[in-house]
Design a protein around this ligand. Structure first.
Ligand code: 3PG
Length: 306
């Protein structure tokens, strides 16, 4: 079996070594394509692959067409909006993710971003504290749960909205469930986004919703840029000089945000929520083990396509 580890944004070396160990212990062969600059390199590397491990790498129709022996793609991470699931199914390829494996890393970054924002981007002026503030978690999945856990350590009041998560699950974590996104945004001055990018969520964080946030609002986005309606966020930040936006996914209109809101906007240069050795090891090993189980036992646990 040939397993390709294709990561435009490389894993920590220690994680790559661990992934290789799992693959080779099964008697499989691993090839590595890191930091590739051209899609052509990916198309060439997939030619003889039976399995591929990826991160946010784009796996579209063209990639499936270039990989006649491919049986499985594992996204070492949570979101799989970068994989064309319909094309995968058409080519008889199983797609999986590794849910939960990088959640703590993302949750820790969320608090780095909140502290950075409420301390005025570390510019030396007097800021505010997180203790006692109302935090709203928008979508209560693996990352949302970790955010709630850490928020309690900060002494925050934690609220969450998730149409698919039962209230009891939130209450068991000491989180107050609210009935709608509108209620979450009107209650909390600090909001952390954990929505996947889907047809329903794209552009859903809009002017109307954000304008409900109380004074000194901070929006932290470690989810996906697509969930934000960028032009409406710009309009809102233009109208409200108490509103800050800190994101781990650079908006399409990044330069405009920088130009208009130099003291209230920050984006990491490259998504780094899951960029820790621990998250890389957890997600990478899980991906490798899922591939081995798939070939050895037929297990399709964490399959995400039909
Ligand atoms: C995820 O969906 O798991 C996170 O967004 C991390 O993505 P990355 O592996 O590209 O850093």
């Amino acid at each position: 079996m040939k397993v390709l580890l294709a990561t435009e944004k490389p894993f920590a070396k220690v994680a790559v070594d661990d992934i290789r160990k799992v693959i080779e212990a099964a008697g499989y062969e691993m090839t590595l394509l890191e930091k590739y600059a051209e899609k052509a390199q990916l198309l060439d590397a997939v030619k003889d692959a039976n399995a591929i491990i990826i991160r946010s790498d784009i796996i579209d129709k063209e990639v499936f067409e270039a990989a006649p022996n491919l049986k499985i793609v594992v996204r070492a991470g949570a979101g799989y909006d970068n994989v064309d699931l319909t094309a995968a199914t058409e080519h008889g390829v199983c797609v999986m993710n590794t849910p939960g494996q990088n959640s703590n890393a993302v949750a820790e970054l969320v608090f780095g971003m909140f502290v950075f924002a409420v301390r005025n981007f570390f510019n030396g002026t007097s800021g505010t504290e997180l203790k006692g503030k109302k935090l709203g978690i928008h979508a209560y999945g693996n990352v949302g749960r970790n955010v709630a856990r850490v928020a309690k350590g900060f002494g925050m009041e934690v609220y969450a909205y998730d149409a698919f998560c039962p209230n009891e699950a939130m209450e068991a974590d000491g989180v107050k469930p609210v009935a709608s996104a509108e209620e979450l945004y009107s209650t909390c001055s600090l909001i952390s986004l954990h929505l996947p990018a889907t047809a329903e969520t794209k552009n859903s964080i809009n002017f109307e919703l954000l304008s409900k946030m109380p004074k000194n609002a901070v929006l932290v986005n470690t989810a996906r840029k697509e969930v934000i309606n960028e032009s409406e966020l710009i309009k809102l930040m233009d109208e409200r000089n108490d509103f800050k936006y800190v994101t781990d996914i650079m908006p399409a209109a990044h330069m405009k945000f920088v130009e208009l809101f130099p003291t209230r906007y920050f984006s990491t240069p490259k998504k780094m929520g899951a960029q820790t050795a621990e998250a890389n090891i957890n997600a990478g090993i899980a991906a490798a083990e899922q591939i081995v189980s798939f070939f050895e036992t037929g297990s399709e646990k964490f399959r995400v396509n039909k």
